[in-house]
Write a protein that binds this ligand. Structure first.
Ligand code: SER
Length: 889
């Protein structure tokens, strides 16, 4: 049975049972605790926690998931995919254990003709949580699974949580016995390779707190309802129903392995080592494609880093299998073909996906070379120092700056007869990870424990009145200082104020929160930030400037008029820039983030190359044209489906509810899903002045612009700058470019003249340099540091002149100079010196090693460059020693 059909049967089974079909959410949902969606339940988290009311009681989905914790296991075991599809059914306070068990069993064991998967019930085993007699009894009494095929396991195996704070509960897992050729008898407890887990039923009734791992955390309490979350591994079921050995050989991944065979010339199924590489390629290509589809671009941290690591493992594996050229485009093309039937959106995004993946391959193939060179240097140095170990620091540097996965460094080290200090490497990595984690946790709310807000999220969502008003009166429902609920707060306190209604816009969708004031007869305060918790409750960060605020008081909220006006201008300006950008660059330029604050906007988008001046000018013109046209701005509340039909643009990573808000400027000109605040007419945005365009990590570009009065101020500053230049150059402004060109040309000519004079001067000293020669045995040695700033070309001219003066005697000339921190060096030898066994190439190597560089060339003439001027003296000494050794030898 093909994977696509397995998916369809799953959904049909549960929609027939009345479940709402929910499409997969993006892999990059905005959850500060998770890099990627790693289970089918993640998009439903607010429903389980009771933060939001679900629009249905039961639901089913096939969720895209990425788990990279087990990346090293990929290809080695038979069942680890970094990307997989989790088919799930969910109940929010509707059916519980019995329903979940019955529904799953029916789908697995119903015959294929009846819409099931047709698994032989005799080959299915189940596990339950150690204390869960209820589940064990349902399996035995209601379903008829014999007692000996029901096993009990502890917290680490049969108690499910996301690994981070969130919903959790005991679970029951269903396994399929693949037969004695796959391992030992005795059920899942004995062998989890032979008994393959296919479905996990979680009885989601509790909430977990902070803690480590799968079994060491606190249970904070019960969830408001008893829920069901199940997850069936689509890939694993496909592996069983297609009768293949492992999840890499199913209909979706096998073609990638075949393509890799063609590209590398190696054959699958010959050696275990090569097979692992083939499977890594197949698995990682698919994960890479799906991540890029959802808007991830390769980078050096977070999600981008994971994508980069995956893509680099593909490239390296292909090379180890024998590929010499680029392979990414062909491999990705195969994934495109196998995945498009289930994910048609791949087609619309194909050009972008391809260019990101191929761009990363090109970049890595470059650093692969420079990194390999660096590695060789270190290896040589380590050997010269009598060590056979590459230090942890070096391995980390290779990893960090050249993108070398540690196992690549280890393989290369082994080839050179070296080992790697992997403990040292891992401690550098751990430090880096700890830094990244600390960054992640520095969340906007100021502290991470959100339980203090729970009563408000559950019972008192804030009413936002700011679309219509800038001012409103509300009641203080809660006050939080340093994460603790308080009854009152006084002058100087930083307090989070929760009201029943507010006109303050909370930061969302790139628009910064409103600023303003709050007061009543007994206190006054400045609102310095506003954030949302649980999407429902507005937290106003207020600095009390006088008096005392207390729970229950009425307060007057006043949004700063100027702030709001300029923030709206910036936000609508962003939509105009976005629309203009897509007109100029086409649909592959996809939004990757934005920031709108009063008078300024920043817009990030995925695009493979730098924008030209003329593209930027076109974007600015089109956006300002829309301002000039004075379009009306409308907001429309509608369903997500309807909005998509209208052609509204949605953002990656955003989890939209079923009801959405569309902001439309000029009909088809701009239409976006957006919850932000906008002007009423496009002319109110005022002039938009693009400041510039830059790169923010590979594949992502950023446009920055001013709006409204800030544009005018910017333009007038630029104008003053031009007037200033005109005065200094004593020329009208339109002649400035020509004047500067003329001045630059003059300067260049002058520099050339100075150089010539210096060379003449140096050449006139050659005689002096030659007469200061030393003699080592029969060899005349002129090895000197010349004055600072002589480039390699001039060094060569002077060295050759010196050699000519030394005629036919055995002579060595070596010159070096400190050229602004670089150390160029040149050596040249007379034929008589070469006859004595000396070579210029050897001498520059000796010298280069002391100045942190390399060099090479012919016996007569060689040159190189280093980066450590402090080593010049030691370099000259090393050259003398080498000559002495040669003479004596
Ligand atoms: N959340 C559970 C899992 O990921 C079941 O869906 O295994």
């Amino acid at each position: 049975m093909q994977t696509h059909e397995i998916r369809q049967r799953f959904i049909k089974h549960f929609t027939n049972l009345g479940h709402a079909e929910v499409p997969s959410a993006s892999l990059i949902l905005n959850d500060p605790n998770l890099l990627f969606v790693n289970a089918g339940m993640v998009p439903f988290k607010p429903y389980f926690l009771g933060q939001q009311n679900p629009p249905y009681d039961t639901a089913t989905s096939i969720q895209k998931c990425v788990r990279t914790l087990d990346i090293e296991e990929v290809g080695i075991t038979t069942r680890h995919n970094t990307f997989f599809q989790m088919a799930g059914n969910f109940s929010f306070g509707d059916y519980f254990k019995e329903g979940a068990i019955r529904n799953a069993w029916a789908l697995l064991t119903n015959s294929v003709e009846d819409g099931g998967f047709g698994f032989d019930p005799e080959l299915l085993w189940v596990t339950v949580f150690q204390d869960d007699d209820e589940a064990a009894e349902i399996w035995e009494k209601e379903i008829g699974v014999p007692k000996e095929r029901i096993q009990r396991l502890g917290m680490a195996d049969n108690y499910w949580s996301m690994g981070v704070p969130g919903p959790c509960g005991p679970c029951s897992e269903i396994y399929y016995d693949r037969g004695p050729e796959h391992g030992a008898e005795g059920g899942p407890i004995a062998d989890d390779n032979r008994y393959l887990e296919i479905w996990n039923l979680v009885f989601m009734g509790y909430e977990r707190g902070e803690g480590i791992g799968k079994d060491n955390f606190e249970i904070l309490g019960q969830l408001p309802k008893k829920n069901i979350d199940t997850g069936m591994g689509v890939e694993r079921v496909a592996c069983l129903l297609q009768g293949v050995e492992n999840v890499y050989e199913t209909d979706l991944l096998r073609p990638v392995i075949e393509e890799a065979e063609k590209l590398t010339g190696a054959t699958y199924g010959k050696t275990q080592q090569d097979d692992v590489r083939f499977r890594v390629i197949a698995d990682h290509c698919r994960t890479g494609l799906m991540l890029i589809l959802d808007g991830v671009t390769p980078g050096n941290e977070g999600r981008g880093y994971i994508l980069r690591r995956l893509l680099r493992r593909i490239i390296r594996s292909a090379r180890l299998l024998g590929a010499t050229g680029e392979t990414m485009a062909d491999l990705m093309e195969t994934v495109r073909q196998t995945m498009t039937p289930s994910y048609p959106e791949i087609e619309q995004n194909w050009e972008r996906i391809r260019s990101v993946a191929v761009g990363e391959e090109k970049a890595f193939l470059k650093t692969l070379e420079s990194g390999s060179q660096l590695f060789e240097n270190f290896a040589e140095q380590a050997k010269a120092a009598g060590s056979n170990e590459v230090s942890g620091e070096v391995a980390f540097a290779l990893h960090d700056t050249h993108g070398f996965p540690i196992d690549l460094t280890m393989e290369m080290a082994a080839e050179s007869g070296l080992t790697v200090d992997s403990a040292g490497f891992h401690s550098h990595m751990a430090e880096q990870k700890a830094r990244a984690k600390a960054d992640n946790q520095a969340k906007k709310l100021g502290h991470t424990d959100e339980t203090v807000y729970r009563p408000f999220v559950d019972n008192h969502p804030t009413l936002f009145t700011g679309f219509e008003n800038l001012e409103d009166e509300g009641t203080v429902l809660g006050l939080v200082v340093d994460g603790v609920l308080v009854e009152r707060a006084g002058e100087g306190d930083q307090v989070q104020v929760i009201l029943d209604r507010t006109p303050f816009y909370a930061e969302a969708g790139g628009q910064m929160a409103d600023r303003g004031e709050m007061s009543n007869g007994s206190f006054a305060g400045a609102v310095e930030d506003v954030q949302k918790v649980g999407k429902k409750v507005w937290l106003h960060a207020v600095r009390i400037t006088g008096g005392e605020i207390a729970v229950g008081q009425k307060v007057n909220s006043q949004v700063s008029r100027a702030w709001r006006h300029q923030a709206r201008q910036a936000h609508s300006g962003t939509h105009l820039i976005h629309a203009a950008l897509r007109q100029v660059l086409g649909p592959t330029a996809v939004q990757a983030g934005s920031l709108n604050k009063p008078g300024y906007l920043r817009f990030d988008f995925n695009f493979g190359e730098q924008l030209s001046e003329s593209q930027l000018r076109d974007i600015e013109q089109i956006a300002n044209g829309a301002v000039d046209t004075d379009y009306e701005v409308h907001t429309i509340e509608t369903t997500l489906e309807e909005a998509k039909k209208m052609g509204a643009m949605a953002l990656f990573g955003e989890n939209y509810g079923s009801q959405v808000r569309v902001v439309e400027i000029g009909g088809p000109f701009s239409m976006e899903l957006c919850g932000g605040i906008h002007v009423e007419h496009s002319s109110q945005v005022g002039p938009i002045a693009i400041l510039g365009e830059s790169s923010v990590g590979s594949g992502t570009r950023r446009i920055e612009a001013y709006t409204g009065m800030d544009s005018l101020n910017f333009l007038s500053r630029e104008k003053n700058l031009v007037s200033g230049l005109a005065t200094s150059l004593k020329a009208p402004s339109e002649e400035i470019p020509d004047r500067i060109d003329a001045l630059t040309a003059k300067l260049k000519a002058a520099e050339k003249q100075v150089q010539q004079l210096r060379n003449q001067q140096l050449l006139s000293r050659v005689g002096e340099l030659v007469s200061a020669a030393e003699h080592i045995g029969d060899i005349t040695v002129v090895a000197q540091e010349l004055p600072a700033g002589v480039g390699v070309g001039d060094l060569r001219t002077i060295a050759l002149d010196a050699k000519a003066r030394l005629g036919s005697e055995p002579a060595v000339v070596l010159f070096a100079s400190n050229d602004e921190g670089k150390v160029p060096f040149v050596a040249t030898l007379t034929d008589a010196a070469i006859e004595l066994g000396l070579k210029a190439g050897d001498l520059v190597k000796e010298f280069g090693a002391k100045v942190g560089g390399r060099g090479g060339g012919k016996p007569q003439l060689a040159q190189g460059s280093g980066s450590e001027p402090a080593g010049i003296i030691a370099g000259l000494e090393a050259v003398n020693s080498a000559i002495t050794a040669a003479v004596q030898g």
